[in-house]
Design a protein around this ligand. Structure first.
Ligand SMILES: Nc1ncnc2c1ncn2[C@@H]1O[C@H](COP(=O)(O)OP(=O)(O)OP(=O)(O)O)[C@@H](O)[C@H]1O
Ligand SMILES: [Mg+2]
Length: 260
C-alpha cells in the first residue's frame, strides 16, 4: 500500500491563547487520512481548544493548520467551507430543540451547502437508516434518550460529507448504559474510513478505537504513540503519572460499583 503523503490534518507550531493566557504551545501534529487519534490529558490541558482551533472556532495566534494539504489558517479562508469538511461534535449534543431530528440534520446542508430540501432529506434519511434511527426522523430532541441525541448529533456532523470528524468528550454527559451505543457508532465511523480526532477521559475507549494516543499537558504534546505504548509503557514521567492516576481511579470506580 502506498501511504498517503498528504495528512488529513497537519498542525505546525500552533499557539493558541485566551487573552494573555497561552493554552496551546508549539503544537506539531500530523493525522493521516483514515487515522483515529485520541487526545488525552488532565482537565485544562487544551484538548477542547485544540479541536476548536482545527474547526476554526478560534484563530491561531501562531503556526498553521492544513486540511488535506490546504492551509486553512490563511487569512482569506472561507471558514464555512472548511467546517463542511470538518465536523465537530460536543459533549452536550447542541441539537436545536425546536427542530425535528431530520431538520437538525438537514440545516447545515441546506443553509450552508445550499442543497435542495429533497437532496438534503434523502441524504439525512440514508444516514438515519444506516445508523438505526430512521424511526426518529420526525421526533423532537427532547423525546430522545441522551444516547440517541448524541447519535443524532454525530449523524448531523456527517451530513455535509466531511472527511474529518472531531469529537469532544462525546460520551461524558451520557448514562453508563447508553455510552455503548455511541461508542459503537464511533467505531463505525472509523470503519467508514473517516479521519477522527477525539478528546476523551475514557481510557478503555481510547485504547479500543484509537490508532494513536496523544498525551497533552499544559498546552503541549508530551508523548504520543500506539495505545499499548502510551497507556501501558509510557516513556515520559508526566504521562506515567497521569495514566497511573486514571487507571487507579478506574479501579476505584469499579470496586465502588461492585460494592453497591
Ligand atoms: N473561552 C475561554 N476563555 C478563557 N479561557 C478558556 C476558555 N476556554 C478554555 N479556557 C482555558 O484554556 C485552557 C484549556 O482548556 P480546554 O477546555 O481546552 O481544556 P481541556 O483539556 O479540554 O479540559 P477538559 O478535560 O476539562 O475538557 C484551560 O486553562 C481553560 O481554563
Ligand atoms: Mg475539554
Amino acid at each position: 500500500m502506498i501511504p498517503d503523503a498528504v495528512p488529513a490534518v497537519r498542525l505546525r507550531g500552533v499557539y493558541q491563547a485566551y487573552g494573555s493566557r497561552t493554552v496551546l504551545r508549539n503544537i506539531d501534529l500530523d493525522v493521516a487520512s483514515h487515522e483515529v487519534v485520541a487526545l488525552i490529558g488532565p482537565s485544562g490541558c487544551g484538548k477542547s481548544t485544540l479541536l476548536r482551533t482545527v474547526n476554526l472556532l478560534e484563530d491561531v495566534v501562531a503556526g498553521s493548520i492544513e486540511l488535506n494539504g490546504e492551509n486553512i489558517t490563511a487569512p482569506k479562508t472561507n471558514k464555512n467551507r472548511v467546517r463542511q469538511q470538518v465536523g465537530l461534535v460536543f459533549q452536550q449534543f447542541n441539537l436545536f430543540p425546536h427542530l425535528t431530528v431530520l431538520e437538525n440534520i438537514t440545516l447545515a446542508p441546506r443553509r450552508v451547502a445550499r442543497k435542495s430540501k429533497v437532496d438534503a432529506d434523502r441524504r439525512a434519511m440514508e444516514l438515519l437508516e444506516r445508523f438505526g434511527l430512521a424511526d426518529k426522523a420526525d421526533e423532537y430532541p427532547d423525546r430522545l434518550s441522551g444516547g440517541q441525541q448524541q447519535r443524532v448529533a454525530i449523524i448531523r456532523s456527517l451530513a455535509t460529507e466531511p472527511t474529518v470528524i472531531l469529537l469532544d468528550e462525546v460520551t461524558s454527559a451520557l448514562d453508563p448504559e447508553t455510552v455503548g451505543e455511541v461508542l459503537a457508532l464511533i467505531a463505525e465511523l472509523k470503519n467508514l474510513g473517516l479521519t477522527l480526532i477525539l478528546a476523551t477521559h475514557e481510557m478503555a475507549f481510547a485504547r479500543t478505537v484509537a490508532d494513536r494516543i496523544v498525551f497533552m499537558h499544559e498546552g503541549e504534546i508530551v508523548e504520543q504513540g500506539p495505545p499499548s505504548q502510551v497507556l501501558d509503557a509510557p516513556t515520559v514521567d508526566r504521562t506515567r503519572r497521569f495514566v497511573d492516576q486514571i487507571l487507579s481511579h478506574d479501579v476505584a470506580a469499579v470496586t465502588a460499583q461492585e460494592q453497591l
